[in-house]
Design a protein. Structure first.
Length: 114
């Protein structure tokens, strides 16, 4: 009985996760927004841009990026099966490429979600 319960829960989870890509970009964006909490309001601040990095470990990514010039806030989360770091930054002080290079050098970079 217990095994059957876990099997049903697993099937529901697999079905839900499988549906996320099927519903298109709008759903993906809403999932990312909901995972980032109050990030939408934060990103609307003047002079603040937002970028999401898929990383092998969000704690490692956050440790690499934290303290870099121009980075205002970092939120950790998930995008599908990947861990993510959502970065709010001042584009006049730091570029996405600089952040990518730092993550690559640390060995945790997977992809940038634009």
């Amino acid at each position: 009985m217990r095994n059957r319960f876990f099997m049903v829960i697993s099937l529901i989870t697999i079905t839900f996760v499988g549906l996320i890509p099927a519903v298109g970009g709008m759903a993906r964006n809403s999932v990312l927004t909901s995972l980032s909490g109050k990030g939408a309001a934060f990103a609307e601040e003047k002079g603040t841009s937002k970028v999401v990095f898929k990383v092998k470990c969000y704690d490692e990514g956050k440790a690499v990026l934290q303290g870099m010039k121009g980075i205002k806030k970092i939120e950790t989360g998930f995008h599908y099966i990947y861990e993510t770091d959502t970065v709010y930054f001042d584009p006049t002080k730091i570029t996405i490429e600089e952040m990518e290079n730092s993550l690559k050098k640390a060995g945790t970079y997977v992809e940038t979600i634009r």
